[in-house]
Design a protein around this ligand. Sequence first.
Ligand code: SF4
Length: 76
Amino acid sequence: MIEEAINIPVIQVGGLRSKVLMEKMLASGYADIVSLCRPLIREPDLVVKFRDGVHEAECTSCNRCFDESGIRCNGG
Ligand code: SF4
């Protein structure tokens, strides 16, 4: 695993939608930190939802959140 070859924290970036998967990555040492971007565009309060029992982000990774008018969720 990459963290065995380097001496800095490893951040897992991209495609994470499942709280269970994120927790497994952190607990196993696969990553020290997980990063969220598009899920927070769709659900800015996602971390609070995770805390309160939600297990999956609503973001479908459709990539319709980026256009010339700015960044916002246009999908789902
Ligand atoms: S537009 Fe699609 S990829 Fe972007 S935040 Fe919304 S659901 Fe996620």
